[in-house]
Design a protein around this ligand. Structure first.
Ligand code: KMH
Ligand code: ZN
Length: 287
């Protein structure tokens, strides 16, 4: 048995763009709720949190300028707990002129997060969405946004939904826009992207340069099984309400921490040690 590096568990706590109070009453939406949820997830074993801006009443994606809200999240979390903060770039929203989104992303790099997620291509959405059927991320947009991040010392988390997006990551690395090793998140949405299967994951991992790091995020009931597979393969995992709201079939998780605990328990059973936030920083090469 080879010795695997410690496991980074990311908690995607806010429910992202699809999950609101209408989906589950347990999704945190106010700043206080989000901070409390982050603290609970860290106590359960998470070393990174991934955040979207949320409407504090409905729990839907916030429709105003998300950056002031994200500033609150970052400041309040920093006061409460040590954790790697990973903000979404929200990349892919159709309807905003590119220069507006450019400014939002550039400004967001200054909010003090250590990482930001970035969808690495244009694709059909896997479920109905208020902003339309596709999310739009041209290679030029991706290059600009990666450039903003690197300039501010923020490491991109490259969200890839199919193997073409792995090629885009490689091109960005080859052009020297992001220093290697990159960190890739395999987002296994099914339908319009990767199917959440062990073969698909193994095939995709084999396409990455050996020194890159990777993590898996699978949707719905595939979240925990694909996490278990990533844990034995030596990858990292992301769990939480953004991708799955059920603890088990028919039972809503009451907290994101329940899902983190589930992944952490599987890792412990498999004797894969869990990374602290500082260990995650070392693994990911964060500043
Ligand atoms: N909502 C996930 C399927 C991002 O925020 O940049 C993908 C995601 C992307 O988390
Ligand atoms: Zn997200």
């Amino acid at each position: 048995m080879i010795e695997l590096e410690k496991l980074i568990i990311t908690a995607a706590v806010t429910g992202g763009e699809y999950v609101s109070k209408a989906t589950t009453p347990y999704v945190p939406s106010t700043v206080d709720e989000i901070v409390a949820e982050v603290v609970a997830c860290v106590e359960a074993g998470a070393s990174m949190v991934h955040l979207h801006a949320k409407n504090p009443v409905t729990g839907e994606a916030y429709s105003g300028d998300p950056n002031p809200l994200m500033t609150d999240y970052v400041e309040r979390i920093r006061e409460e707990v040590d954790v790697v903060i990973n903000l979404t770039t929200g990349g892919g929203r159709v309807g905003n002129p590119p220069e507006v989104w450019d400014r939002l992303v550039e400004d967001r790099c200054l909010l003090g997060s250590e990482m930001m997620s970035l969808n690495m291509g244009t694709m059909n959405r896997w479920a109905e969405h208020p902003t339309g059927e596709i999310f739009l991320n041209t290679v030029k947009m991706l290059e600009r946004w990666c450039g903003y991040m690197v300039k501010q010392g923020v490491k991109p988390e490259h969200e890839v939904y199919d193997t073409g997006m792995i090629n885009i990551c490689k091109q960005i690395a080859q052009k020297g826009i992001v220093p290697e090793p990159l960190h890739v998140q395999f987002v296994m949405v099914g339908r319009t992207g990767f199917l959440p299967t062990p073969r698909m994951l193994q095939y995709s991992v084999d396409l990455l340069p050996k020194d890159w790091t990777w993590s898996v995020c699978a949707l719905g009931r595939n979240q925990i099984p694909m996490s278990a597979i990533a844990i034995v393969m030596g990858g990292h995992v992301r769990v939480g309400f953004e991708d799955n709201v059920f603890l088990r079939r028919g039972e809503l998780a009451k907290s994101n921490a329940d899902l983190v605990r589930k992944a952490a328990n599987i890792a412990r059973e498999l004797e894969r040690p869990i990374a602290s936030p500082d260990e995650a920083r070392l693994i990911l090469g964060l500043n």
